[in-house]
Design a protein around this ligand. Sequence first.
Ligand code: HEC
Ligand code: HEC
Length: 185
Amino acid sequence: MKELYRRGLIAMGIAGILMLGTNPAIADEKKQKEKSEDEIGIRKETLYDESKVMPQHGEYGKEEPGKSKRIERAFENSPPLIPHDLTGMLPIAETNNSCLNCHMPEHAKSLGATALPKSHFVDMDTGLDLKGNLDGKRYNCMQCHVPQVNIPEPIKNQFKADFRSKKSRTSSDLLDTLNEGVTAE
Ligand code: HEC
Ligand code: HEC
């Protein structure tokens, strides 16, 4: 009996909410807040005409390697952004990958470049140590590392990265920390 009474109350509550929804005053207010088709996109232009609206491109950094300023990591162990000019380095071809000339560990230090991290010399699928050979899946650097342009974002990015150490803001250690908290049996 008590249970039935409770159900009745719930049903009345739901009916009340439904009635609110059809209240003409509230419906009117809703209508006023509706946006026109020209307002619903990120750009404030008509969505039906592409001829006048041009995407913003901005310019890539022109500083040559050795003169550019490293960009703070977006989050811990994110692939670092490329801070320097890439003129003459692209495309990365099967027989020519100029990134390696400066970023292979044996060259990097003397050139002031960041050396490829340990993770790039391990097959991350199997855990196999490739003994100093670059994993083929890492050959196309630009698949993960990209340059940046400085243009205002249409929607402010609210993301705030949590770095666990000061060092992780400027360098990566994925291979050492990948299995943190994992206990293999
Ligand atoms: C002529 C040497 C040279 C070449 C070629 C080169 N780099 Fe660099 N790279 C550097 C140096 C030096 C830095 C450090 C920033 C500086 O001093 O300009 C750097 C920085 C970077 C960084 C940032 C590292 C960090 O710690 O934040 C990335 C990512 C990068 N390069 C990727 C590439 C990729 C991808 C290519 C190939 C398309 C490439 N580089 C080609 C020398 C080079
Ligand atoms: C599949 C994606 C991927 C590819 C391809 C790739 N990287 Fe990375 N790279 C990463 C990620 C993710 C990190 C950061 C985490 C880590 O240590 O592995 C990283 C880190 C780096 C770092 C920073 C090392 C440090 O000590 O802070 C350099 C330099 C770098 N990569 C250069 C390159 C170059 C040059 C190539 C091409 C030969 C390349 N990467 C290919 C994903 C990639």
